[in-house]
Design a protein around this ligand. Structure first.
Ligand code: HQG
Length: 181
């Protein structure tokens, strides 16, 4: 496997485990899990066959730890980022006082007006550090990093979750909790 082929596989797994399982006839259960044997079979049938060892290596080496196996190794899911409707089952947690959100400069006007909205995903995604947020924002153009008063939101009853791979999730961030860039 090359870094390039790993990246392509990771992107395709994100597509089918977060957004379009039906693309390869895969089924996800209510918590987003797919059966590993079934996933390998479907990939094979759709001209993307890989070995179980390759799948395990891509999950283990993934830069953002996007995927996880169930403890018995029989199932696999994406840790966050879904647009299909599933419940990952994360429990509410107390966030740090400040969290960060990276976005593109051109979104700022709308964000200041409406706050952070979850758009197509289940949650607004927040990062524990500004550097990570910057790289998230970079995906869409010239990045800006917003500081979010997460502790204050939590005190006022907003729920926060942390995904298996460390991403903070919340429903929405009203404008008054966005402290600045
Ligand atoms: C923006 C990646 C205008 C928001 C990352 C973002 C993350 C608004 C975009 C994960 C807005 C949604 C998620 C408003 C929000 N007006 N724009 N009111 N409210 N936005 O991709 O946070 O590599 O759904 O700022 O690491 O960029 O895929 O969310 O730019 O964890 O594993 O609307 O995706 O992970 O974009 O990224 P996204 P995101 P992976």
């Amino acid at each position: 496997a090359t870094p390039d082929s790993d990246r392509r596989l990771s992107k395709f797994l994100s597509l089918v485990l977060r957004h379009q399982p039906q693309l390869i006839g895969l089924r996800l259960d209510g918590a987003g899990w797919a059966n590993v044997a079934e996933l390998l079979e479907r990939l094979q049938q759709h001209g993307r066959g890989i070995s179980q060892a390759t799948l395990e290596a891509v999950v283990a080496n993934n830069d953002k730890q996007r995927f996880a196996f169930s403890p018995d190794g029989q199932r696999i899911r994406a840790n966050q980022g879904h647009s299909v409707s599933i419940d990952l089952g994360y429990q509410p947690q107390t966030p740090p006082e400040l969290l960060y959100h990276g976005t593109a400069e051109r979104n700022l006007g709308s964000i200041r007006q409406h706050g952070l909205l979850k758009q197509k995903r289940h949650h607004v995604h927040l990062s524990a550090d500004a550097a990570t947020a910057r790289s998230v924002g970079q995906r869409y153009g010239s990045p800006v990093v917003l500081t979010i008063a997460a502790g204050q939101m939590h005190d006022l009853g907003h729920l926060f979750y942390q995904s298996e791979n460390g991403v903070w999730l919340t429903d929405s961030v009203p404008p008054r909790f966005i402290l600045g860039t």
